[in-house]
Design a protein around this ligand. Structure first.
Ligand code: NAD
Length: 310
């Protein structure tokens, strides 16, 4: 597994990262023991970055990941988040996130996070996040509780404003560098690279849309996007291919991205995704899929406050 420096943090991440939201049951019923085995298999195969959040399964994902990492914490770069605690439960105030961070550390069985993310910043006004949330995390970094600080969200404009307004170490963007949406490359990616910050691309399968299977019922994509992705999956099946393999190989080929984070709660998916990581996508098939997805290319969905939709 190729390792890469995460911006100027001094932290090294694997090109393929493990997303732990499915361990919280976010994508349907989860077999916790199999989830734990998938974490062990991922570590054994060289995956170093593990991303989780208190929001995933409302703390369940952190608890399961903590169990999986018992005795293996030092082998991984561990990332969790602050500020989002339920679908509509956001609280970015220092008096909430600092105790929240301690609770995450306890669930994860560790005394520090390598990476901490202010989770889905588009859901609250940005100014207090810049003026209070991030400075509180800088103090946590000085105390050795976290090593690097980032933000995440879906709309790219608010992520850019955060990059301009705070001394961040890295950014996590999701569903914005996939076969269906490449808007991450428009201006956030060049800005992040210019500043020497780290860049994480999460959900390269568009949260399950770019697979042979049905997406979860909560998926926020417009129906036109869902239908186009289904057509792409059917096309892959006719060609004897698997859309997830192509989607992952496509995302992993971008060398401007430090790590691509995929949810993969079974050993079979870890092994399959690692293989996709080592096998370049067939350019002819990619071109055919791009043609099928062209009518919905870059089509996203609203997320967060009206002022943060850009
Ligand atoms: P994803 O695009 O990684 O898709 C995950 C889904 O695809 C799961 O159902 C998984 O079981 C399935 N899958 C994985 N490999 C497969 C394969 N080879 N074939 C078929 N199906 C396969 O979506 P995600 O899990 O939401 O995103 C990855 C991670 O990124 C998350 O777990 C989370 O850690 C992080 N993330 C963060 C944010 C944020 O900070 N706001 C948002 C989204 C994701």
């Amino acid at each position: 597994m190729e390792l890469r420096p995460l911006g100027k943090t001094g932290i090294v991440v694997s090109r393929l990262g493990y997303g732990a939201s499915p361990l919280g049951g976010e994508f349907g019923v989860i077999d916790e023991d199999e989830g734990i085995r998938s974490v062990h298999r991922a570590i054994d195969l060289g995956i170093r970055l593990f991303d989780v959040a208190p929001y995933y399964g409302r703390t369940r994902a952190e608890t399961v990941l903590g169990r999986a990492l018992a005795g293996r914490r030092d082998e991984v770069v561990l990332c969790s988040k602050v500020g989002r605690y339920g679908k509509d439960d956001f609280d970015f105030r220092p008096e909430r996130i600092l105790p929240g961070l301690e609770e995450s550390l306890e669930r994860l069985g560790t005394d520090h996070l390598d990476l901490v993310i202010v989770h889905d910043i588009e859901f609250r006004p940005l100014a207090p996040i810049l003026e209070a949330t991030i400075p509180a995390l800088v103090r946590a970094r000085e105390q050795g509780k976290v090593r690097a600080i980032g933000v995440s969200g879906l709309p790219l404009g608010v992520l850019e404003r955060a990059v301009d307004g705070a001394e961040l170490d890295f950014v996590l963007s999701y569903c914005r560098y996939t076969l269906q949406d490449r808007s991450l490359t428009d201006s956030l990616m060049p800005k992040v690279r210019r500043k020497g910050m780290g860049l994480l691309n999460a959900a390269p399968l568009a949260m399950g849309l770019l697979t042979q299977f049905d997406p979860p019922p909560w998926h926020p994509a417009p129906l036109a996007v869902v239908h186009a992705c289904k057509a792409a999956a059917r096309h892959c099946a006719e060609r004897g291919a698997d859309l997830a393999d192509v989607a992952l190989a496509f995302a992993l080929a971008n060398s401007e991205i430090d790590s691509t984070i995929v949810g993969m709660p079974t050993i079979a998916q870890v092994e399959r995704n690692l293989k996709a990581c080592l096998t370049p996508a067939d350019p002819v098939l990619v071109a055919e899929i791009e043609e099928i997805l062209a009518p919905v290319r870059g089509v996203s969905w609203p997320s967060g406050l009206p002022e943060n939709q850009d």
